[in-house]
Design a protein around this ligand. Structure first.
Ligand code: NDP
Length: 332
């Protein structure tokens, strides 16, 4: 059994990751929060033995093999570096950090400590995304030319907090959602992004100067272009992911989600074919591949994947701020 410590008394852990760890035979031994009472209550409500406000207390527990970091984004770097130095494997939420430099410091700390650092780009464990990736790789749509990601929705009321009013915590739609689009596109296309253009909007939900919606285009290797729409403000629409090639299209509907739902159609001159997608829990897949990577191999999304998605999202932010096309620079 893998012993886990939670860094951050978060909603994502409560709604998804605690159950996923347990379903993958992990045991959660402690939770850390910055507030004593919240830590205690969170532990009690979620059946966790110990709670603490002291990171070193959690990291010095020898039974903890791995930590899950799901605090707000400005805290990830220092917590991940401390966890790596304490010899703990790390599953870290996206965006990995607030700057590429910080994300690299995390990757370096993990590499020198010989621990796994994974990014929670959960969609790599979505059966729908894997079906699209495999169809592209098998040449089912010929040469890929373009892609479209629809990832605008309505931010649930209980998450109306730092995402809407705190730029220094990594608020805004770009660091929240565009990072997932970039990773999903890299996964299905098997290509890296090279440059971006984008426009953003403050449509009434976010504080002035912070975007609650963004649209843009990312150019990938081999000249593939991908359009994305992310936002917190659209109440009445479903998500989607499409890849279009010289011989066909892959049309994923309702697939940019946390739940294992949605459909994928392969459309060619032979007609429409529904690709099989099973309903296995996406976050459980993340934890199972993470557990395996603690022994050998890689987690489904690595630190490098997190650096790519962050660097591209930051390029989108710069494109929005300057109105110019911006090259994606990872330094990898
Ligand atoms: P939350 O706002 O729920 O939690 C973030 C932090 O806010 C917590 O660590 C906690 O601090 C503090 N907090 C939580 N509840 C309260 C409260 N009632 N009052 C005061 N402070 C509170 O954020 P999310 O769970 O939505 O996101 C956390 C991280 O996970 C982010 O990095 C985000 O980008 C990522 N995320 C990833 C998803 C994915 O599918 N991969 C989905 C959703 C989020 P403390 O720990 O100090 O108690």
């Amino acid at each position: 059994t893998v012993g886990w410590g939670l860094i951050g008394a978060s909603t994502i852990a409560r709604e998804w990751v605690i159950d996923a760890i347990r379903a993958a035979d992990g045991k959660i031994l402690s939770v850390m929060s910055s507030h004593f009472e919240r830590a205690r209550k969170y532990a009690a409500e979620n059946g966790i033995e110990n709670s603490t406000t002291d990171l070193n207390d959690l990291l010095s527990n020898a039974d903890i093999d791995a930590v899950y970091i799901s605090t707000t984004n400005e805290l990830h770097r220092d917590q991940a570096v401390a966890a790596a130095r304490a010899g703990k494997h790390i599953l870290c939420e996206k965006p990995l950090a607030m700057s590429v430099q910080d994300a690299k410091a995390m990757a370096d700390a993990a590499a020198s400590a010989g621990v796994v650092l994974a990014t929670n780009h959960h969609l790599r464990n979505s059966a729908a995304h894997t079906a699209i990736r495999e169809a592209v790789a098998a040449g089912k749509i010929g040469r890929p030319l373009s892609a479209r990601v629809f990832h605008a929705g309505y931010l649930p009321m209980h998450l109306h907090g730092w995402r809407l009013d705190n730029p220094s915590a990594g608020g805004g739609a770009i660091l929240d959602l565009t990072v997932h689009d970039v990773d999903a596109l890299r996964y299905v296309l098997g290509r890296n992004p090279t440059e971006v253009v984008a426009f953003a909007q403050s449509g009434g939900m976010t504080r002035e100067g912070l975007e609650d919606a963004v649209m843009g285009v990312i150019r990938f290797e081999d000249g593939v272009i991908a359009q994305f729409h992310d936002g917190f403000t659209t109440k009445f629409v479903e998500t989607g992911l499409e890849v279009h090639g010289t011989e066909g299209s892959l049309v994923g509907r309702n697939v940019m989600t946390q739940r294992p739902v949605g459909t994928v159609v392969l459309r060619t001159a032979d007609g429409d074919k529904n690709l099989p997608v099973d309903g296995s829990n996406i976050y459980e897949g993340v934890v199972r591949t993470f557990h395996a990577a603690m022994n050998e191999g890689s987690p489904s999304a690595t630190a490098e994947d997190g650096i790519w998605s962050l660097a591209t999202a930051l390029a989108v932010k710069r494109a929005v701020a300057t109105g110019a096309a911006v090259k994606v620079e990872t330094g990898l």
